[in-house]
Design a binder for this molecule. Sequence first.
Ligand SMILES: [Zn+2]
Length: 214
Amino acid sequence: MTPHHHPSEDLIASCAAGTLRPGAALVVRAHLARCPTCQADAGFFESLGGALLEAEPPAQMSDAAFDRALAAIAAPGRRRAPGARSASADSAFLPKGLEGLAVGKRRWIGPGVWVTPVKTEHRSRELVYLLRIGAGMVLPRHTHSGREFTCVLEGSFADDDGVYGPGDFVATDERVEHSPVVARDGACVCLASTDAPLVMRDVIGRFFQPFAGI
Ligand SMILES: [Zn+2]
């Protein structure tokens, strides 16, 4: 099924140029993997970026920068982020196509509901996580204090603005206050990235937030 909700052209271009924060890029790429239209757009931006680079006159590198580059090449491989681990037997819960994600421990925050942090390659203050919510469940009413990007990986949910199924991309910020409802026919798994925690609007949400870490 082709997704109905897509990232903006700006986001796709930033992702192709490698200037997007790593978690956000991961969420955009999760959409691209399921959306031939946006994948074609990303390919166009990548080739455009390559052509621009080729057209640039060669830049003079300073001696210090050259030394730093040599030191980086000589340094041992990048250390894994603290607490991160590669996919292993107990990552069997990861959705298809994301088996290689480095994830933290799953936290169960209710029957059929878990959240797990996703480790990104670079140091980053953003929060990246996988969230699974059981069929028919309603998320506590909340808003967003920063920009949040979500890609639905499995199942679907609905809010006042529409219905979001596999591959759909959702961008939210502090102007969006909602209480998503998961479809009754199956659990919903989403990959999300945010640069600030959610702001819970009701007492149930405020109670669960510290356990969920989101
Ligand atoms: Zn798309």
